[in-house]
Design a protein around this ligand. Structure first.
Ligand code: IMP
Ligand code: MG
Length: 423
């Protein structure tokens, strides 16, 4: 069984919570793209875990893998391992594997990310984690691999080859080039490499072998479909491919092996950072979604922009990912709003359309066309089954299902493990 999970919106749909819930049924959970720009909040009993890199399935028995299509900041990795160990979760080479071809985020990538964002006249609002610059080096074949990091000699050789070019780049953008070879940083990376060495793995081989043996594998995406570097709302996107097909390409698993593709979709929409968000609400409804939904970024603490459910964007996600079903999260946050609105189309240049225009600047000009639904007042946070939802909430869920054209399989009404149920 091979299942892929991706965010259907702009990230922060609650993937971490759903993966944590499902991971119990999977032998392997694998991250396939992105880096520590991601943030997963997983609540187990009264403990809240904030993870950026380690797949959410970590808290259960599955083996967790970091695929070669991710970009890895070893400092963050070691920090997360330590945090989990302090919380009593044992981390071992049986539990965690990191592919040898994974690109390493170097201190100069983080420096370049910050410098570049500062010079942009129109900001993207990156997380300043060096993600984009680590991917640039991967494509340019100037990256440091995880296999280099764990071998001091190889790391030094690699750095001496890359350094002159990186120093020029940093100088050209107004930064201090000494960060590239600064000895305290290099020493730190050598020691991080030593610490992480036991985890080196061949992720594609492991996953394929496990599937051959009848085991089950869950591929966990980061960010969301509309932040995809190819199909998202450029330039306001992240630097990796976030859609389901990317799981196959980045983990080295053929598309014929995929059994299930699950959308994680919030009952409304949020976005952190710049870029179009047609249904954004700046008035009372937006404030309600923000406050009740605690919509702050896990990684940057920034306030998330909030709006009504955007069906044209959801339909595009269904196409981009080929979803077989969805998990609808944060339905409880809509309690108290009346009416509840669904954006079913956009008005653009005098025409009504039901699918987003391909061009981002056109999307930014789209004016939402709403369908209004009756709201409900009941607190949903202790609901444990579909039949216990107020009738109006069920009508809302079923309307979303119908318009998206995929069944809703899970519904969540709060951050706890016990607050997600099957429909
Ligand atoms: P980067 O990934 O740091 O380069 O940031 C590019 C854009 O993606 C910015 O708008 C970020 O706010 C957004 N972004 C990156 N990671 C996440 C995430 O995990 N959730 C939501 N937005 C994200
Ligand atoms: Mg997040």
């Amino acid at each position: 069984m091979f299942t892929i999970i991706t965010g259907a919106q702009f990230g922060d749909e609650g993937k971490g919570k759903v993966v944590d819930l499902m991971a119990g049924d999977y032998n392997i959970v694998a991250r396939f793209q992105g880096g520590d720009n991601a943030g997963h909040t997983v609540k187990v009993k009264d403990e809240i875990y904030k993870l950026h890199l380690i797949p959410s399935g970590f808290l259960l028995d599955s083996r967790v893998l970091i695929g070669p299509g991710t970009v890895l900041n070893p400092e963050i990795m070691v920090e997360e391992i330590r945090m989990l160990e302090e919380a009593g979760v044992k981390v071992s080479a049986e539990k965690l594997g990191i592919d040898g071809k994974t690109s390493i985020i170097m201190p100069y990538h983080i420096e370049l990310d910050g410098l570049r964002e500062a010079t942009r006249s129109e900001k993207i609002g990156t997380t300043k984690r060096g993600i984009g610059f680590a991917y640039i080096d991967k494509i340019a074949r100037d990256e440091v691999h995880f296999s280099d990091l764990v071998d001091e000699k190889r790391l030094m050789q690699r750095l001496s080859d890359i350094a002159p070019q990186k120093e020029e780049e940093i100088k050209a953008i107004g930064g201090d080039p000494s960060i590239v070879t600064e000895s305290s940083l290099v020493d730190r990376y050598i020691s991080l490499g030593r610490e992480l060495a036991p985890y080196i793995a061949d992720v594609s081989y492991e996953i394929n072998k496990s599937l051959d043996e009848g085991k089950s594998v869950l591929a966990e995406g980061a960010q969301g479909s509309h932040l995809d570097v190819i199909h998202g709302t450029q330039k306001f996107v992240t630097s990796s491919s976030t859609i389901a097909g990317s799981a196959c390409a980045n983990l080295g698993v053929g598309p014929t092996r995929v059994n299930e593709v699950l959308a994680i979709v919030k009952a409304y929409i949020t976005r952190v950072g710049a870029g179009p968000l047609p249904t954004e609400q700046e008035g009372d409804a937006g404030q309600h979604l923000h406050d009740v939904g605690h919509e702050f970024g896990t990684t940057t603490g920034r306030s998330r922009r909030c709006g009504w459910f955007d069906m044209p964007l959801a339909k595009k996600s269904v196409y981009l990912n080929g979803y077989t079903s969805a998990a609808l999260t944060k339905l409880d946050v809509l309690t108290g709003l009346d009416p509840v609105k669904i954006c079913v189309g956009y008005e653009l240049d005098g025409k009504v359309i039901d699918y987003p225009p391909e061009d981002t600047s056109q999307l930014a000009r789209c004016v939402p066309v709403y369908e209004e639904m009756e709201g409900w007042d009941a607190d949903l946070t202790s609901v444990v089954g579909y039949e216990d939802l107020p009738q109006k909430a069920r009508v809302y869920v079923e309307r979303l299902e119908k318009l998206m054209g995929i069944p809703v399989k899970y519904i969540s009404v709060g951050p706890g493990r016990e607050q997600t149920f099957m429909k």
